[in-house]
Design a protein around this ligand. Structure first.
Ligand code: FES
Length: 116
């Protein structure tokens, strides 16, 4: 039995403040007009408010967090479908199905996507 083993201490997370769960992100990494992939969701900063949707476009699974964001409208980088990232509504095809949307809770520096 080892007591006060330096190795055992080192095995404990070296810096817990750096650990984020899969559904969490740092608020300062998503400035207004930006997007970030957070687990299975894409988080968008729409003029200072966060909206989150499913990460993949319902048309052919394009990466929505890599699309351009203009106000609350994201354009899928693959075939140009457009969606409102806060309501999930399709604004332009070829996509037909709306996006799933998720609530985002911000506590201090950390944001959390709920219900993914
Ligand atoms: S995959 Fe998004 S528009 Fe085709």
């Amino acid at each position: 039995m080892q007591i006060n083993s330096p190795q055992a201490n080192a095995a404990v997370s070296p810096d817990k403040s750096e650990m984020l769960k899969e559904n969490q992100f740092r608020v300062n990494e998503v400035p207004p007009g930006a997007a970030l992939l957070v687990g299975e969701a894409a988080v968008f900063n729409v003029a200072g408010s966060f909206c989150a949707t499913q990460a993949k476009c319902p048309h052919r699974q394009g990466p929505l967090s890599e699309g351009g964001l203009d106000g609350s409208t994201v354009t899928c980088p693959w075939h140009g479908s457009q969606f409102n990232v806060c309501t999930g509504a399709v604004l332009r095809g070829p996509a037909v199905d709306a996006l799933k949307t998720y609530a985002v809770v911000v506590e201090g520096e950390i944001g959390r996507v709920e219900g993914v």
